[in-house]
Design a protein around this ligand. Structure first.
Ligand code: URP
Ligand code: ZN
Ligand code: ZN
Ligand code: ZN
Length: 484
């Protein structure tokens, strides 16, 4: 049974043109004029784009004494509803737990996925077992990205020597290092001081994580990655200080990517001053929301290409879970949702305002990350042979975001009340129509794991350069006799 998407404009990261798209067996098989198929989807007035890829989610993640509420079922349904057809979640070993053991847990959870997915591996401690298992993770399991937390002291945080050892190992194996860049020692100190001074409310979460803690850590990670000879991907870049470090690194020829979140682009720190405790606590995430100066920097980075990808860091906790932190902001589970809203919010605040072209929209929501993660053009492309992960985007369709009508399983939405213009008419996951004008028909378990090989073109180029410029002994014609 073939499906044809008719009368639309295909939009890719580098080109837009009028064409029909024919899908068979979950793949794009033809792009051209006057195509026909068994089933027809009308794309008149719409853009036919690669489905979104959200490279940063935490579905059913054990964190801060609880589990994030959206799991691979509700989370991937929310993704599809918003035009996202692939998520990349973080497999998170608890300190001391083996990488393969943690992966088994993520394999079990992800059987419920409605769209395709992949994993990043988190390195939360360091030892011989981690060193050894990294090889299996990358070579056998198809996971080429390894995340390090420079924050969450006493829990997930790793030290610089551990990070340097891990980065070198990743470089050797042809993988990509990732960091959550915040100076966890400074954050812990500021948290203790704020609490002692009676700053217990959710606004103190933001006070304890100023832009400097992020800028310092981003710089440090960039330098350590450079010394280790590994490409670096910095997640949830929220401020000018971290962005500045990335810009500088890029201009020096370092291999670095920065990922802002849709939350940081469109919500600011005034949310924490809200008189309602619940309102502020629901927006507690790390790094926190920033002011307009930082938001302008992030938008400019997407325009300039110094920031490459817009993600969500979807990590959704209910109001009840957020209330674990009443009286002590350090106990508010960190995280916000966004999977369903990333694409419409970015279209509305990016393309509709003229900050981004529609081709740039495709680049930062799908194509760029598919290339970084080494799953392009299977994902992130409208090309013959690519997976038919497609969103038929209706730029005229509007809605008001509301928790009451969302797919996510939590009881609020940080974008509540925002008007969006630009929504999916259809979302297809490997050829299966999962969304039709807001109605979900997706299937639990349809999602498949996407393997991603190491040894990406960026790795190969960087290794060549590092080999060429590595320290070597100076060849001398004669060595003087020892003075002893
Ligand atoms: O606050 C956040 N970002 N929660 C999820 C875990 C992380 O740091 O990415
Ligand atoms: Zn993080
Ligand atoms: Zn995260
Ligand atoms: Zn299926």
């Amino acid at each position: 049974m073939t499906t044809v998407i008719k009368n639309g404009t295909v939009v890719t990261a580098d080109l837009s043109w009028k064409a029909d798209v024919l899908v068979d067996g979950g793949k794009i098989v033809e792009i051209g004029d006057n195509l026909s198929g068994d089933k027809e989807l009308d794309a008149t007035g719409c853009y036919v784009m690669p489905g979104g890829i959200d490279p940063h989610t935490h579905l059913e993640m054990p964190f801060m004494g609880t589990y994030s509420t959206d799991d691979f079922d509700s989370g991937t349904r929310a993704a599809l509803a918003g035009g996202t057809t692939m998520v990349v979640d973080f497999a998170l070993p608890s300190p001391g737990q083996g990488l393969l053991d943690a992966l088994q847990m993520w394999d079990n959870k992800s059987t419920r996925a409605h769209c395709d997915y992949s994993f990043h591996m988190a390195v939360t401690w360091w030892g011989e077992q981690v060193f050894d298992e990294m090889k299996t993770v990358i070579e056998t399991r198809g996971i080429n990205t390894f995340k390090h937390f420079m924050a969450y002291k006493g829990a997930l945080m790793v030290q610089d020597d551990e990070m340097f050892a891990s980065f070198q190992r990743i470089g050797e194996l042809g993988g990509i290092a990732m960091v959550h860049a915040e100076n966890g020692d400074v954050v812990a100190d500021l948290q203790a001081r704020l609490l002692a001074e009676g700053n217990t409310g959710p606004e103190a979460h933001a006070y304890s994580r100023p832009p400097q803690v992020e800028g310092e850590a981003a710089n440090r990670a960039i330098m350590i990655a450079d010394m280790a000879g590994v490409p670096l991907y910095i997640v949830h870049v929220s401020c000018e200080e971290a962005h500045e470090a990335i810009r500088r690194a890029l201009q020096q020829g370092k291999r670095v990517w920065g990922e802002p979140l849709i939350q940081h682009l469109t919500l600011d720190d005034s949310e924490y001053a809200h008189p309602d405790w619940d309102h502020a606590a629901r927006r507690v995430m790390s790094p926190p929301f920033r002011n307009a100066k930082h938001q302008d920097s992030l938008w400019a980075g997407l325009q300039a290409g110094s920031l490459s990808v817009v993600a969500t860091d979807h990590c959704a906790f209910t109001t009840e879970q957020k209330r674990y932190g009443v009286g002590d902001f350090t106990k508010i589970p960190n995280g916000t949702g966004g999977l369903e809203d990333r694409m419409p919010m970015l279209w509305t605040h990016g393309v509709e305002t003229g900050r981004l072209t529609k081709e740039e929209f495709v680049a930062v929501t799908s194509t760029n990350i598919a290339k970084v993660l080494n799953c392009y053009p299977r994902k992130g492309a409208i090309r013959v042979g690519s997976d038919a992960d497609i969103v038929v985007w209706d730029p005229a369709k509007t809605k008001t975001i509301a928790a009451a009508s969302q797919v996510s399983a939590i009881d609020y939405n940080v974008f509540e009340g925002k008007e969006v213009k630009g929504l999916p008419r259809y979302t297809l996951t490997r050829g299966q129509v999962a969304v039709t004008d807001g109605v979900l028909t997706s299937e639990e378990g349809h999602g498949k794991f996407v393997e991603r090989e190491g040894g990406t073109p960026t790795n190969t180029a960087l290794s060549k350069w590092k080999d060429l410029t590595a320290p070597r002994p100076v060849k001398r014609s004669g060595i003087p006799a020892s003075g002893v």
